[in-house]
Write a protein that binds this ligand. Structure first.
Ligand code: ADP
Ligand code: MG
Length: 398
């Protein structure tokens, strides 16, 4: 059933708590990338226009509550103040930042809100109970609002007080960003037009077991590259040198190949390097000739050709995980190659889900080369596992 969206709510004059994802990279108090703030603007501006009294909640970074010597330093590092300030530069209304997550100052600021104004609450992770979905904390935050809107796609896979707890108490709806993500990812994962090809890469098989399992079920082909490919090669009895290996996942890789051998496409050549470095010797070798003391850090040119052939004619393509160690230029070739091939597929619906793959595509100029680039790394990954995400499941149906 479809979930309520912010447009289904009567928000005028109401206190609307919006869980946003303002978890932006900050260095020495300076915001390095404001994309997540920008992505939240459609919902925020809609609420401003409709005269809602807006209370924004977001986490920022991590706060260690186990080791008390770290707690204060983490809080200082992950203070949401600069984010509230930056938000103020994007909206035409008063933005008040409250440097605490509860208490008289927060309650007064909310009470003081006029229609169309915004209060930004301090980093939700200042609270120990946030990540445990502590019911007392959720109840307190819920008391600050009349309605709840979730627009933090990057956090909907986590059942926290600010993502799930408040929604258990207040009438709730999806914001525009979450609605857009759910539509785009559902179209690819739940109602794909065939042929449907999935490309998986990245570091580890273990991070992605459930994604591989689900995509093997629903896709016509599953292309495997990146660091995880070597565990599959090892399972075929090949020499993989010093390449990334998860020895305890060899049997799993074997069983995937036994069950879905006709769907799985593996690399046929690699860019190998003597060390994990972009300055030492490197060369292209075929899959049967990885030297015992070298490591594979990217797919090779024949592999790119093979993958391009498999992608030809696809109507839906989902990609998660870079093909190589793209952070080092000489090993970014395969990942950039996939961006290029995907962005030129005629008539295909193309989606990237995965933080590093999305970053690689955007960094290399392919921001507009895809039908959808998800803003939620972990959330899009869990979405591709085919399971409901707690922060979406809890939202009221229409
Ligand atoms: P995503 O965030 O898109 O889901 P992952 O987090 O799973 O992707 O993986 C990204 C990481 O995988 C990158 O840091 C990249 O360097 C690494 N990686 C890719 N290929 C290899 C490889 N051959 N050897 C080691 N690491 C790799
Ligand atoms: Mg990642």
């Amino acid at each position: 059933m479809a979930k309520q969206t912010v447009q289904d709510l009567n928000v005028s004059g109401k206190r609307v708590i919006v869980r946003v994802d303002f978890n932006v990279p900050i260095k020495d108090g300076v915001i390095k990338d404001e994309n997540r703030i920008v992505q939240a603007l459609p919902t925020i501006n809609y609420l401003i226009d409709k005269g809602a009294r807006i209370v924004l909640l977001s986490h920022l970074g991590k706060v260690d509550h186990k080791d008390p010597t770290k707690t204060d330093a983490d809080k200082a590092k992950n203070n949401l103040a600069p984010v509230a300030k930056r938000l103020g530069e994007h909206v035409m209304t008063r933005v008040t930042f409250v440097s605490e997550t509860r208490g008289a100052a927060l309650e007064a600021a909310v009470k003081d809100l006029k229609n169309g104004e915004i209060v930004v609450v301090q980093n939700t992770r200042y609270e120990k109970g946030e990540e445990k979905n502590d019911p007392e904390l959720a109840k307190y935050w819920a008391s600050l609002g009349d309605l709840f809107v979730t627009d933090a796609f990057g956090s909907v896979h986590r059942a926290h007080a600010s993502t799930v707890g408040i929604a258990q108490i207040l009438p709730s709806a999806l914001g525009f960003l979450v609605e857009k993500e759910v539509k785009a990812l559902s179209k690819a994962v739940f109602e794909p037009e065939h042929p449907f090809v999935a490309i998986l890469g990245g570091a580890k098989v273990s991070d992605k077991i459930k994604v591989i399992e689900n995509l093997l079920k629903v896709a016509d082909k599953v292309i495997i590259g990146g660091g995880m490919a070597y565990t599959f090669l090892k399972a075929q009895g090949k020499e993989i040198g010093k390449s990334l290996l998860e020895a305890d996942k060899i049997d799993l890789a074997k069983s995937f190949m036994d069950q879905f051998g006709d769907k799985i496409v593996l690399p046929v050549d690699f860019m190998v390097s003597a060390e994990f470095s972009d300055t030492c010797d490197r060369k292209v070798v075929d899959k049967d000739h990885i030297p015992a003391d070298w490591m594979g850090l990217d797919i090779g040119p024949k592999t790119l050709e093979l993958f391009a052939k498999e992608l030809k004619g696809a109507k839906t393509v989902v990609w998660n995980g870079p093909m190589g160690v793209f952070e080092m230029k000489p090993f970014a070739v395969g990942t950039i190659g996939i961006c290029d091939v995907m962005s030129k597929l005629p008539g295909a619906y193309t989606v990237i889900g995965g933080g590093d793959s999305a970053a690689a595509a955007i960094e290399n100029g392919y921001e507009h080369g895809f039908s959808h680039i998800s803003t939620g790394g972990g959330a899009s990954l869990e979405f591709m596992e085919g399971n409901p995400l707690p922060g979406i499941a809890i939202i009221q149906d229409k």
